[in-house]
Design a protein around this ligand. Structure first.
Ligand code: MSP
Length: 528
């Protein structure tokens, strides 16, 4: 068991609207990562949640004629929490920024910044994007076109800008450029992948300006503790969720155990907040910075970032209701490279579902169970002597498990899945070559038949464990079909560093028919 808890976070999502698969993507990847670490036997804490304050949410509530609190309460209960079930996420905590624990912790942090002289009062004039809740520097302000004609828009994300003049509190961000550059230099893993790291370094090298961190023209936010005329700027409040959920300011023992976080998983659109502003705030408060910020790419639809405001958002239910949560989870981890942008398509999900999950994995499990049923009355036979084919298979499986584990360490789930599918392919190839259905016709070869099927069943045992973080429902069925719980204990207790040790399922274990893990799906005609 690791000494410290492996603490992973997702961004907290704005509750201006219902979730789409872009949000589901980050959340599932964090879930796969944390389930994998649990399967290693580590103590893990996986945090996700929602960002409820700020003008974007306020305006949406107003447009719908309800108070912001009513709006967020409804969306969190009806949409955001259910999404976690839809995509089968095993988070340990869910933070809402309207919770008292967050308010208390955020105020304690702000007070500390103030007491240390990191904050001062000033007046702000400049451009602001409500849709990304971001101050936009003059260099990034451009004239809008098309439906934005006559407005200024942000060159960063095309969102419409508003000019604001307000009395604000400022954070002395400009003082942290050197310390931040030293952090990126000494800890190249702090911001990944390389493309984000380079972008962040050149951004900081251009120089940092002090940052306006409070707002005084509306009140949907957490009051600044020493000046109740101001609420905290939503980003500065939101970043603090990572420490307030860990007990900052209220539970020092818990905070000590969880902080600093091991990985903040974020979309690349918000890497700057996490890799520049956030570590500077922590430095200013005398707190350690997180170990890693991993910025993944965007899901694109028609070449554009999927987002609700562009009306191209797909709800996770739309995919899960057809393919199931396991297939959803597998697809996003396998079909996209986590650090890069990628497109998904209905046809691709359908094709991978049948080729990889149904024919590759599901069919393998049912064939092996059916043959053990037919030839050995459903009791796992004792393996005889291993021949070259078994030795080669066992080597392949051992190497694939190690390589998959190393890929997860690099936060490269796609590469991990490629490695795991080497096991699926090797087992299918082994069965085709050994043709147990032919061997069964020769009575003198009973021992050989037993070896082949016992070897295949062991291979399935390995697959159930290594795929459990990705397709937990199918793996639970497989574990049951292998009768593995009796001799080996619960699936969750199987350890990845021991999984490739051969011969764990004892002879005589009752093997039962697997309900089809990935039944065939006929698709209705699609419009596009
Ligand atoms: N509330 C802030 C985050 C505060 S964290 C301290 C925010 N919220 S958001 O609702 O806009 O969610 C942003 C995150 O959602 C992105 O960083 C990313 O993780 C995910 N995604 C939203 N759209 C996405 C895509 N089209 N593709 C991939 N991920 C996307 O920003």
């Amino acid at each position: 068991m690791a000494d410290r808890t492996f603490y992973v976070t997702t961004p907290i999502y704005y509750v201006n609207d219902a979730p789409h698969i872009g949000h589901g993507y980050t959340t599932v990847m964090g879930d796969i990562l944390t389930r994998w670490h649990r399967q290693r036997g580590e103590r893990v804490w996986y945090l996700t949640g929602v960002d409820e304050h700020g003008q974007k949410v306020l305006r949406k509530a107003e447009a719908n004629g309800v108070s912001p609190q009513e709006w967020v309460d409804r969306l969190v209960e009806d949409e955001w929490k259910p999404m976690l079930q839809t995509i089968d996420v095993a988070n340990d905590d869910f933070i809402r920024t309207t919770e008292a624990r967050h308010e208390a912790g955020a105020q304690a942090f702000w007070q500390d910044l103030y007491d240390r002289g990191a904050v001062y009062k000033g007046s702000f004039s400049g451009w602001y994007s409500v849709s990304s809740e971001e101050f936009v520097g003059d260099d990034d302000v451009v004239d809008g076109e098309g439906e934005d004609e006559g407005f200024k828009v942000s060159a960063l994300d095309g969102s419409r800008l508003e000019y604001m003049t307000e009395e604000n509190y400022f954070f002395r961000l400009s003082e942290y450029a050197d310390r931040l550059l030293a952090l990126y230099e000494e800890h190249p893993e702090f911001i990944q992948p390389e493309s984000s790291r380079n972008e962040i370094i050149s951004f900081v090298k251009r120089g940092l300006k002090d940052l306006s961190i409070s707002r005084s023209t509306f009140d949907w936010g957490i009051p600044v503790p020493w000046d109740r005329e101001h609420v905290m700027y939503v980003w500065i409040e939101a970043l603090l969720n990572y420490v307030t959920a860990a007990g900052y300011g209220v539970d020092p023992e818990r905070f000590e155990e969880l902080w600093p976080a091991n990985v903040h998983i974020v979309g690349k659109d918000i890497a700057r907040f996490h890799a520049v502003i956030w570590p500077a705030m922590l430095m200013a408060a005398g707190q350690p910075v997180p170990h890693r910020v991993f910025a993944h790419g965007w899901l694109l639809v028609g070449g554009q970032k999927m987002s609700k405001s562009k009306a191209n958002g797909i709800h996770p239910n739309e995919i899960v209701s057809t393919f199931g949560s396991d297939a959803y989870r597998y697809y996003f981890s396998r079909a996209l490279t986590f650090g890069s942008d990628g497109s998904i398509s209905w046809e691709d999900i359908h094709a991978r579902y049948h080729a990889e999950l149904a024919n590759g994995f599901g069919n393998l499990a049912s064939r092996v169970a059916a043959m053990i049923g037919k030839y050995f009355g459903g009791a796992l036979p004792a393996a005889g002597e291993q021949g070259p084919a078994e030795k080669a298979l066992i080597d392949t499986i051992g190497a694939a498990v190690s390589a998959a584990d190393a890929a997860i360490e690099r936060i490269a789930p796609q590469e991990a899945m490629v490695e795991v599918w080497r096991i699926v392919d090797a087992l299918n190839g082994y069965l085709t070559e050994q043709a147990p259905w032919k061997v069964a016709k020769d009575e003198s070869q009973g021992d050989r038949l037993a070896t082949i099927l016992a070897t295949a069943a062991e291979g399935l045992r390995v697959l159930a464990v290594v795929l459990n973080p990705v397709t937990p429902k199918a793996c639970a069925s497989l574990w049951e079909s292998l009768g593995a719980e009796g001799p080996l204990g619960p699936l969750a207790d199987q350890r990845l560093d021991d999984v490739a040790r051969w011969g764990q399922l004892p002879a005589g274990t009752p093997i039962t028919k697997v309900p089809s893990l990935f039944p065939r799906i006929e698709l209705p005609e699609q419009d596009s």
